[in-house]
Design a protein. Structure first.
Length: 129
């Protein structure tokens, strides 16, 4: 049973950084090939400690798109209707992110990296030697 727990922790410790790397790869790609437009907060997904803005924007063809920002906000700090910058891939507008708030995004990614690293260390410590 101890080995199963170790493997689960190791899998989490590998999966979390892998997902983070995929998300971080998107930023340079959007900087090079993306298009900037203005979006609007249409809803706020609330959590215990933070809120997540749901952002709508129109692409160059005038089609509407919507996504949840990957940068959390303090509870109650966002209002529906607020204008936000959006960067998206013109070939696939589903690949979009909110512009700005680099500190919030960095803290969010760092906290997930910490969780992944902690899980990997716990998994390694639980492995039978």
């Amino acid at each position: 049973m101890l080995t199963v727990g170790a493997l689960v922790f190791l899998a989490i410790g590998i999966a979390v950084p892998a997902v983070l790397l995929m998300k971080l790869w998107r930023d340079p790609f959007l900087r090079r090939r993306g298009v900037t437009t203005e979006g609007q907060v249409v809803a706020v997904s609330t959590g215990d400690d933070s809120d997540w803005p749901i952002i709508a924007f129109r692409d160059a063809r005038g089609r509407a798109h919507q996504f949840r920002s990957d940068a959390p906000c303090a509870s109650g700090s966002l209002r529906v209707g607020a204008a936000v910058g959006v960067r998206y891939d013109p070939a696939d507008p589903r690949r979009a992110r909110e512009r700005g708030r680099p500190a919030a995004r960095a803290i969010h990614f760092a906290s997930w990296l910490f969780i992944g690293t902690t899980c990997a260390v716990i998994g390694a410590m639980l492995l039978p030697i």
